[in-house]
Design a protein around this ligand. Structure first.
Ligand SMILES: NC(=O)c1ccc[n+]([C@@H]2O[C@H](COP(=O)([O-])OP(=O)(O)OC[C@H]3O[C@@H](n4cnc5c(N)ncnc54)[C@H](OP(=O)(O)O)[C@@H]3O)[C@@H](O)[C@H]2O)c1
Length: 434
């Protein structure tokens, strides 16, 4: 069997996981690749005691790995600065690249893939989205016969863990976040996870594959989960829904919707039952209908599983002319380059609304009038009894599908009513059935 020389840069969680998986499952991996896959270089500032590096040359300068006689550079350092320089240097040197870095692909993928095309090398990034779930391969190959209409995913395990704990134990956001940090699920700076930036990185990658469009990270509408209150989790359940932090991409005639936000999902949808740190992605293709892909979105083993699958693919295709290889971004649809990403105001969803209203006759009908004036109708309503000593009560409404613009106008008018205290809570609702 011919040898393929691999250089792994970054020996942290995923780097060590990849190094060890290549060694533990070596025979099976070589058989799948039809090559002898050898890690001949590792680029790391320090050794990792989880790895036996006795047969591997360890270089302290990762750029020296890119300049060495490897065939494939595996970038697992993370970040978008040094990682970009490293990947471009490897491509320039004619090396194939495997990466797990969603931020790098989402923000610089267009440039990286253009460089790879010029140098006729492959860039693979299965681990960048949903960890161990082979969703990139699924979109690019398994569903290649379809026009993808929409996709929706739970693509950040930390956020899903927090929402699951809030529902199961009635805890509030800050309390669960602190536990997630202590368990190592959330970073010291949790902004990327809880404000939806990490999910937005992954969503643009999925959307570009699903619709053949350029990576448009700049255009994603992003809303986090830090404002979700336990009461809304409870009322959502009373209405038959669960709150999930979804990344949603939908192709419409006028453009593409790209949005990450908390979403009420009917509790009988399988995706609503995806709990804890697990990930899931629904993809609706015109021929196949709705599909659901579920698995671990992070961790050394699941992520290494995806990285090694890419190494196998790259190794198998080493002698295939690049134009006959599966393309990094799938089949790019030139018409999609001009299709705009729609502003959130043009998105249509049903909506969950919660107001704190004065407990007196006429208030409900005043609110109902405003809602209907904006062409919206109410599908379900819950009005609670006042707590002892309170003159305001929670009023919860579920609207039909309406434009964001109409919903926002109605919301502003309702908030201006004297009988309404404070701001309205609004959370979009997706049936995920069409
Ligand atoms: N962890 C997951 O479950 C997961 C899942 C999917 C995708 N990913 C992606 O995989 C990548 C790696 O994540 P990770 O969790 O493995 O991160 P990590 O544990 O922090 O490991 C990163 C490693 O890269 C090293 N490094 C950074 N800059 C370097 C440099 N200039 N030279 C040499 N070494 C350098 C770090 O070394 P020092 O310790 O010396 O700084 C560290 O060992 C990221 O892009 C991440 O988004 C991770």
């Amino acid at each position: 069997m011919k040898a393929v020389k691999i250089g792994i840069c970054g020996l942290g969680t995923v780097g060590a996981g990849t190094f060890n998986l290549l060694s533990a499952n070596r025979d099976a991996i070589n058989a799948h690749a039809n090559r002898d896959i050898q890690v001949t270089r590792v680029g790391a500032r320090r050794d990792n005691s989880a790895c036996d590096l006795s047969n591997t040359e360890v270089l302290r300068d990762i750029f020296a790995v890119a300049d060495s006689d490897i065939d494939v550079l595996v970038e697992l350092i993370g970040g978008t600065t040094t990682a970009l320089d490293l990947v471009l240097r490897a491509i320039e040197n004619g090396k194939h690249v495997v990466t797990a870095n969603k931020a790098l692909i989402a923000e610089h993928g267009n440039e990286i893939f253009a460089a790879a095309r010029r140098k006729r090398v492959q860039v693979a990034y299965e681990a960048a989205v949903a960890g161990g779930i082979p969703i990139i391969k699924t979109l690019r190959e398994g569903l290649a016969a379809n026009h993808v209409e929409w996709l929706a995913g739970i693509i950040n395990g930390t956020g899903n863990f927090i929402l699951t704990e809030m529902r199961d134990k009635g805890r509030d956001f800050a309390d669960v976040l602190a536990e997630a940090q202590a368990l190592g699920y959330a970073e010291a700076d949790p902004t990327f996870d809880v404000e939806g930036i990490d999910a937005a990185h992954k969503l643009v990658i999925l959307a570009s594959l699903a619709f053949g469009m350029p990576l448009r990270f700049d255009a994603v509408y992003t809303e986090g989960i830090s404002a979700i209150e336990p009461t809304d989790v409870i009322y959502a359940e009373e209405l038959g829904y669960r709150i999930k932090h979804l990344g949603i991409a939908r192709k419409r005639e006028q453009g593409v919707e790209l949005r990450v936000h908390p979403t009420l999902v009917p509790e009988n949808r399988l995706i609503a039952q995806v709990d804890g740190v697990m990930n899931a992605v629904m993809v609706k293709g015109d021929a196949v209908g709705p599909t659901l892909h579920y698995g671990a979105g992070a961790g050394a083993g699941p992520t290494a599983s995806a990285v090694v699958a890419d190494i196998i693919d790259v190794a198998r295709a080493l002698e295939t002319p690049p134009d006959q290889c599966v393309q990094a971004l799938g089949v790019v649809d030139d018409a999609m380059a001009d299709l705009p990403v729609l502003p959130i105001e043009e998105v249509e969803t049903a909506c969950y609304l919660r107001a704190s209203v004065l407990d007196k006759p006429g208030v409900l009908s005043a609110i109902a009038q405003i809602i209907s004036k904006h062409g919206i109708s109410v599908e379900a309503i819950i009005q609670k009894e006042p707590a002892p000593g309170q003159d305001h009560v929670p009023l919860i409404m579920l609207t039909n599908r309406s434009s964001e613009q109409n919903l926002r106008s109605a919301q502003r008018e309702i908030e201006a009513l004297e009988s309404v205290e404070g701001r309205l809570i609004s959370i979009r609702v997706e049936a995920l059935n069409g």
